[in-house]
Design a protein around this ligand. Structure first.
Ligand code: NDP
Length: 330
């Protein structure tokens, strides 16, 4: 079995020497446990965001979908697949503790009806539910409204924009490359794309939203979000999902006057962690699966091959190398 140990706290962009790959033998499984072999592993921004709170010497955090290869637990039979928050490791021993708020869980992969197994780490898993619950529950979009989403070509953002289209909204996607923009507009049918690196970002935003913005799904924070919030209508809703623009920023003291639009437009801004809906987890997965089957949701993955390339996949994703969900195939 191989795993990555969290060796050194990240400073700025993570370095490969901050993690250490080790090989070891696992003990035999006990009653109630099973042994699972990783098939796909996920690399996600939260790994960077949560790192300052992790103790050194532990296995680095993350989810994977794994095949059960040995079992002494009837609920987790050999041959089935399990989605588990097992960390960056090729082999995991687990007792199948369920998903709950505040601690890692493991659950049997949902019935996929022919869809790829890796979707359980994206649209039919945590990022899909982040889009489904975070957008619908916090933004409460109404047909005809204008929705802006940042990180729009990523795992969460690409699904948020498509759900907004399903709900009859006008969608403005914001991401960091024109190539990603083409995918959003041509294939996912977003109404507008704006590259946040464009010096005319603010002007283009005003052109794309002549009636102002009603809902904003914020994946990035920082100056981009301040600019967007200043274009929002009275009583707009902001779902604060993440702030990736600051995750690798060493200068923690950045003063963003987001308060001005919050006050003057009487906005409702609410942050969330997707595990808030742990008790409705499979509702999100089943609805997203239905929308895929109906052709209403499209999905893309950026796949890196090899467990030894986990770190590369992680850092590429942090720098925008992925379109859609970034995953690693063992
Ligand atoms: P993505 O698939 O969107 O990958 C990350 C993307 O962030 C990159 O592809 C890159 O795209 C973009 N990015 C990197 N640096 C910057 C920057 N400085 N400014 C703007 N964009 C940047 O990741 P996810 O969809 O998995 O996650 C998106 C967000 O949602 C993250 O902030 C994450 O922490 C958050 N999240 C929150 C959850 C919750 O429960 N609240 C659950 C899951 C995710 P580009 O080319 O466009 O720059």
């Amino acid at each position: 079995a191989r795993r990555y140990i969290f060796e050194k706290q990240f400073e700025g962009l993570p370095k490969s020497t901050d993690l250490r790959l080790v090989e070891e033998e696992l003990p035999p499984i006990k009653d109630g446990e099973f042994l699972a072999e990783a098939v796909y592993l996920s690399v996600d921004p939260y790994m960077r965001a949560y790192a300052p709170r992790l103790s050194l010497g532990r296995t680095f955090i993350g989810s994977q979908v794994a095949k059960i290869i040995e079992s002494k637990n009837d609920k987790f039979p050999v041959g089935k697949y399990v989605v588990g928050e097992f960390g960056w490791r090729t082999h995991s021993i687990s007792d199948g503790r369920p998903l709950e708020v505040g601690r890692p869980g493991a659950w049997l992969a949902p019935e996929l009806e022919g869809l790829p197994l890796s979707y359980t780490l994206g649209i039919l898993g945590m990022p899909g539910n982040t889009a489904y619950f975070g957008f619908l529950e916090l933004c409460k979009p109404k047909s005809g409204e204008t929705v802006a989403v940042t990180g729009a070509a990523g795992a969460v953002g690409s699904i948020v924009g498509q759900i907004a289209k399903i709900k009859g909204c006008t969608v403005i996607g914001i991401a960091g490359s024109d190539e990603k923009g083409k995918w959003l507009v041509n294939e996912l049918k977003f109404d507008h794309f704006i590259n946040y690196k464009d010096p005319d970002f603010e002007k283009k935003l005003a052109q794309a939203a002549p009636k102002g913005i009603d809902c904003y799904f914020d994946n990035v924070g920082g100056q981009i979000s301040t600019t967007i919030m200043n274009k929002m209508n009275l009583f707009g809703r902001v779902a604060v999902c993440g702030a990736i623009s600051g995750y690798n920023d060493k200068s923690a003291a950045r003063a963003d006057p987001v308060q001005f639009p919050l006050v003057f437009s009487q906005l409702k801004m609410e942050g969330f962690v997707v595990h808030r809906w742990a008790d409705r987890w499979f509702e999100g997965i089943l609805q997203n699966k239905k929308w895929i089957k109906e052709g209403k949701l499209r999905y893309k993955e950026t796949v890196t091959e090899g467990f030894e390339n986990m770190f590369k996949a992680f850092v590429d994703m942090l720098q925008g190398g992925n379109t859609g969900k970034a995953i690693v195939k063992v």
